[in-house]
Design a binder for this molecule. Structure first.
Ligand code: PLP
Length: 374
């Protein structure tokens, strides 16, 4: 048996989303930018998908820009605004690299978080001034799961940087939080299909009416000149189906998965001395279980867990697979020694009791083995 506990890295596709793709990989292959019947059919599919995604994100259909990933949505938000408006970009210190690196590239500023991973509102106020044109704070963190209060952040931004637009990376929040409500006071929202049971390589940026964006991709002028490139019609149709089901099932999934997560983390804390839960469970998404285990190295632990059927990760997944010290844990004040033993177990809608049982059977003995044998 395998327990897949890496849903923050990616999710298995929902069967309905796979079904939604297939017609567009077969007969309905038209290019939605064209004029004939097949093209019009594809355009209709993209428009229908746009309506569903807009509904799930609480915006108007015209405000949805389909992109090739969550990363592209984040880059479009940061570079798109800054290249049009100039000024300074500001983000939290625990953003995904898809936000952090663009902000750093532009010479922007990062804002400290507390031990729970919550943005320090005083530090935010200090980082802001009239020259700031974009502020980016993720709705839920990909490593430790901390949920930010975007309403409180909006308040500080409105007071200290009135010209700034507020962007939120809601890629990890979407399975667990009503993004339409939680991000209602932001101008820009990024999401990604493969974190909610959709395909990889599809995402969206919500850019509310009036937000000026310089496109990253120039060409055929698709997406109202904001993102050129022929639409991935199959991927977009599947993305919409994943959004529809995620929103429909969210409340029951959150309740069920939060109980599984609590059993998992409480079980690990009880069974493994020297284990510390990262952050504060009261302000985390339901699918996140993150602990730091003293006296073990994540990489060695993950190797043993995989051997015994538990697939997890240490920090966020990055292209190289290399485990750099996590900037998120460092920003939360977790020391390097403890951070070396970080373990992220991320649950998803398909997670069941048996996955938790296996993890609780396997992880304590793997830790014991590593502590005994180095
Ligand atoms: N933002 C967050 C918070 C993420 O967790 C990820 C993926 O791990 C991304 C952005 C990037 O999304 P994508 O994989 O679609 O490029």
């Amino acid at each position: 048996m395998t327990a897949y506990l890496d849903h923050a890295a990616t999710t298995p596709m929902r069967p309905e989303a796979v079904e939604a793709m297939l017609p567009f990989l077969r007969d309905r292959f038209g290019n939605p930018s064209g004029a004939h019947a097949l093209a019009r059919d594809a355009r209709l599919a993209v428009d229908e998908a746009r309506d569903i995604v807009a509904d799930g994100l609480g915006c108007r259909p015209a405000e949805v820009i389909f992109t090739g990933s969550g990363t592209e949505a984040d880059n479009l938000a940061i570079f798109g605004v800054q290249r049009r408006a100039g000024g300074t970009a500001v983000c939290s210190a625990i953003e995904h690299h898809a936000v952090l690196h663009p902000v750093e590239h532009l010479g922007g500023r990062t804002v400290a978080v507390d031990g729970r991973g919550l943005v320090d509102l005083d530090a935010l106020a200090t980082a802001l001034n009239e020259s700031v044109t974009i502020v980016s704070v993720m709705l839920a963190n990909n490593e430790v799961g901390t949920i930010q209060s975007l309403a409180a952040i909006r308040g500080v931004v409105a007071e200290r940087a009135p010209k700034a637009v507020l962007h939120t990376d809601a890629v990890q929040a979407m399975p667990w939080i009503d993004v339409a409500e939680a991000a209602s006071q932001t101008e820009l929202i990024s999401v990604s299909a493969h974190k909610i049971g959709g395909p990889k390589g599809v995402g969206a940026l919500v850019a509310r009416a009036g937000v000026e964006l310089e496109p990253l991709l120039l060409g055929g002028g698709q997406e109202h000149e904001r993102r050129s490139g022929t639409h991935d019609v199959a991927g977009i149709a599947a993305f919409a189906e994943a959004v529809r089901l995620t929103v429909q099932e969210r409340a029951t999934t959150v309740e069920r998965v939060a109980a599984l997560r609590d059993r998992l983390v409480d079980g690990l804390l009880a069974a493994i001395p020297g284990t510390v839960e990262s952050g504060d469970r009261r302000c985390k998404i339901a699918g996140n279980a993150h602990v730091c285990i003293a006296g073990v190295e994540s990489e060695a632990l993950l190797f043993l867990l995989e051997r015994d059927g538990v697939l997890a990760s240490a920090a966020s997944s990055c292209a190289s697979g290399a485990q750099d010290p996590s900037h998120v844990l460092a920003a939360m004040g977790i020391g390097r020694d403890l951070a070396r033993g970080s373990l992220r177990l991320s649950l998803g809608p398909p997670t069941v009791e048996a996955d938790v049982d296996l993890a609780l059977a396997v992880i304590p003995s793997a830790v014991e083995h590593l502590r005994a044998h180095g």
